[in-house]
Ligand binder design. Sequence first.
Ligand code: ZN
Ligand code: ZN
Length: 82
Amino acid sequence: MAVCEVCGNDYDKPIEFIRDGETHSFDSFECAIHMLAPRCEHCGCTIIGHGHEAAGRMFCCAHCAAQAGVEGVSDRADELSS
Ligand SMILES: [Zn+2]
Ligand SMILES: [Zn+2]
C-alpha cells in the first residue's frame, strides 16, 4: 500500500519510480507524469517522450526550442523529410 504523492489516493497497486535514489509512489501514470515529467520551457506542456535538451533547457520539440531562441536543434522528422 502506498499513498500517491500527487493526489493522496491510497492505492494497493502503486507505480513506483526511483529518481536520484529516492522512491516516489503514485496511483497512476497521470500523477507520476504530473510530478516527474519535465516541462517544455516554451509552451509548458509535459514532456513524456524524449524531448529536446538544448543548452541545459528542456523543450518538447525543436519548434519550441527554436521559438525560445535555441539554434541548431532539429526534429528527426525534419531531417528525414528534407
Ligand atoms: Zn494520484
Ligand atoms: Zn513545447
